[in-house]
Ligand binder design. Structure first.
Ligand code: ITT
Length: 198
């Protein structure tokens, strides 16, 4: 049994492998599967984009494929950057710059006015062509200053009130326990277990 995970994001892949480690299947990255393609994510929702990625790699390989589309929704910014989280300020802009920009745009706001969430949708295309999506979210606030070295992307500015720290300050296993990706993948794990007889 093997699954190709249609992502080129190393930060996601590390978390995905950890969360799916108790599933009795081999998880191959695109690199490990020898696939190097640029997929145009032109959907309007996380669900559409996750399915676009999973279908594209499924069409190339015929394998069971999973994909992750995720992002940060900042309420005070009309849920920006949302599905454009990777492309916000341009793909090549560093997260130091992106994170500083988001903090700057929220200056003058406090407490609940800084509310935000991470969203993750995991899509699956199975061998018979059938499709599933699972969504997970985590609620938080945009921090006043970046903090923490763990995780990736917007983690240094995503403050979780219950833990009084950012997701970049959580240990990796703690983040997976409560994160958007952890929740979506745990739900997808059950779907996969129902479908795969190992
Ligand atoms: P793939 O499409 O190859 O999977 P990507 O990075 O382009 O990689 P997305 O289009 O789904 O993926 O963009 C998601 C972006 O949202 C990601 O690049 C981060 O900036 C942000 N993001 C998602 N999950 C995150 C997390 O757990 N911590 C911090 N930032 C996250």
């Amino acid at each position: 049994n093997k699954i190709i995970f249609a992502t080129s994001n190393a930060g996601k892949l590390k978390e995905i492998r950890e969360i799916l480690k108790d599933l009795n299947v081999e998880i191959l990255s695109m690199k490990e599967a020898g696939i190097d393609v640029d997929i145009v994510e032109n959907g309007k929702t996380f669900e559409e984009n996750a399915l676009i990625k999973a279908r594209a790699i499924r069409d190339l390989t015929g394998c069971l494929v999973l994909a992750d589309d995720s992002g940060l929704e900042v309420d005070a910014l009309n849920k920006e950057p949302g599905i454009y989280s990777a492309r916000y300020m341009g793909e090549d802009t560093s997260y130091e710059v992106k994170n500083a920009n988001i903090i700057e745009r929220l200056s003058g706001l406090s407490g609940e006015e800084r509310s935000a969430r991470f969203v993750c949708v995991i899509a699956a295309v199975f061998l018979d062509g059938s499709e599933e999506t699972c969504r997970g979210t985590i609620e938080g606030q945009i921090a006043y200053a970046p903090a923490g070295e763990n995780g990736f992307g917007y983690d240094p500015i995503f403050y979780v009130p219950e833990y009084d720290c950012t997701t970049a300050q959580l240990a990796p296993e703690q983040k997976n326990e409560i994160s958007h990706r952890g929740k979506a993948l745990k739900a997808m794990k059950e779907v996969i277990r129902q479908r795969i007889v190992d």
